[in-house]
Design a protein around this ligand. Structure first.
Ligand code: SUG
Length: 466
């Protein structure tokens, strides 16, 4: 595949049951907002506004529908199964099921309702066709084994992705087996650095744990506060599955200080786009020689220097990096003049050190010429910034044309989605509201209407629910 690749952004539309469950492992925003009242309607509109902005820059934008919730079958599988649900989670006394879940644990109830599939950066790891030896674009669905609410996503994601990426030029792999050493959180822990055409380059996988039993790293290099979410064994398996060239594939370990400060994914302390790699000094437990080898390999392959911007802890303390989500910005190449823009969450503007870093980047002679601020407060309060909400899929124009047309962003589609959101989504949602059986129907209708708007109508109740 020689022609230039486009970097399509697939955003997860926030679902109608967005709430603050306090469920995110090592995710400080999620933990500190647990139990707060959420605003699902505003959350979805904020996400759609971001898509409008990205599309207005001439970037290929597509939309992933929210998943069906609650996952009553999960509750059934955990022993709350005596209440007459059928195999699709239909029937039975829903109010009783929800109450029983709540009494078993409010976290269980929250997990069943979680709208976490909005964070599409965790849906899959994607390898460009130009990196894979068979010349196809490989996607491995993330198993998201570190937490219950997220482990519910892969089954529906696999179905959806097989439908969207149906063309022979894509290969969609099922999630790796659910186990501790193979826990995998998808593209949030992977970066592909390329020349400006998007073709030649290197792959970097970032992991948190490399110990043999896969739990925690030992010794001084161990994170002490939080369970690392990505296992090295998982990253290696994906690199093999995707048939990557091991001479241009690197595995970097997250710095334990970063995990301890709340960087539960690489994309909280690093961001990449084409030949740009912006990261915090404490993002990796790697010496300068390792980073230099990556730069050298990149230059060999592309004939260009890698533009690596390392931000020191003095310039931006880790805590400010995590609070502002500067590194979760989206760097995008505009279609008109190919200059780059970074889209940052509003929290960057409110964090002087983070704002200073962005301004310095723009003022320099690098390709990033502009920054835009987006308000994603609802998602941010659960630890999900601009980059978390999107999955990048490098593809040729022919591959873009092969997608079901309804998932490609257009302004009329955005307007239609806003109407659906206004019509069905609750204005506010608290944990107590999750006990309301009526919410089941509202949520199903909303997701059904969204899938219809995207041209992903369902064949029957089985399809709709699983
Ligand atoms: O997995 N939050 C998500 C946020 C994911 C962000 N993604 C990236 N960094 N790419 C998580 O921790 C919170 C849900 C709750 O608490 O209700 C949550 O799952």
């Amino acid at each position: 595949m020689d022609a230039n690749l486009i970097e399509a952004n697939f955003d997860g539309l926030v679902g109608p049951t967005h709430h603050f469950g306090g469920l995110g492992v090592g995710n400080l925003a999620s933990q500190s907002h647990g139990g707060h009242v959420a605003r699902p309607r505003a959350a979805a509109i904020q996400g759609i506004e971001k898509m409008r902005l990205v599309a207005s820059l001439g970037v290929a934008q597509a939309i992933l529908p929210p998943q069906q919730r609650p996952d009553l079958r999960m509750l059934q599988r955990l022993g709350l199964d005596t209440l007459g649900l059928d195999k699709f989670g239909i029937g039975g006394n829903h109010a009783q099921v929800l109450r029983a879940a709540y009494e078993a644990s409010p976290r269980l109830l929250s997990a069943a309702w979680s709208a976490s599939s909005m964070w599409a950066a965790n849906a899959a790891t994607v390898s460009s066709a130009t990196a894979c030896r068979d010349g196809r674009t490989h996607l491995t669905i993330a198993n998201l084994s570190s937490s219950l609410h997220r482990s519910l996503e892969p089954a529906q994601t696999l179905k959806l992705f097989r439908r969207i990426f149906h063309d022979d030029s894509f290969v969609v792999h099922p999630p790796l087996p659910h186990c501790v050493s193979l826990r995998d959180e998808g593209a949030a822990n992977h970066m592909r650095l390329t020349d400006r055409s998007g073709t030649r380059g290197v792959d970097i996988f970032v992991y948190g744990s490399d110990s043999l039993d896969g739990t925690k790293s030992e010794g001084a290099n161990a994170s002490s506060r939080f369970f690392p979410r990505q296992g090295l064994d998982a990253s290696k398996a994906i690199a093999r599955l995707h048939r990557l060239d091991m001479n241009s594939t690197f595995f970097l370990k997250q710095h334990p200080a970063a995990i301890d400060a709340g960087a539960f994914h690489n994309d909280v302390v690093a961001v990449s786009h084409h030949n740009i790699w912006l990261h915090h000094r404490l993002a990796y437990d790697a010496d300068d020689a390792t980073l230099a080898r990556i730069e050298q390999r990149f230059a060999e392959l592309t004939g260009e220097p890698l533009l690596r911007y390392e931000i020191s802890n003095d310039a931006l303390p880790l805590q400010d990096a995590v609070n502002s989500y500067l590194f979760n910005g989206q760097i995008l190449s505009r279609r008109d003049d190919h200059s780059m823009t970074i889209i940052c969450p509003a929290q960057v503007q409110e964090t002087p050190a983070a704002l200073a870093v962005v301004k310095q980047l723009i003022a320099g002679d690098g390709p990033i010429k502009d920054f835009r601020i987006v308000d994603l407060r609802e998602s941010m309060n659960n630890g999900g910034g601009p980059a978390c909400l999107r999955l990048r899929v490098p593809m040729s124009d022919a591959q873009w044309q092969s997608l079901p047309p309804g998932v490609r962003f257009t302004e009329p589609l955005a307007d239609r989605l806003c109407e659906i959101v206004e019509r069905y989504y609750p204005e506010t949602l608290s944990l107590d509201d999750l006990l309301e059986a009526d919410l089941i129907d509202v949520s199903r209708r909303a997701v059904h209407a969204i899938r219809q708007a995207l041209g992903l109508q369902d064949a029957g109740p089985g399809d709709l629910l699983r």
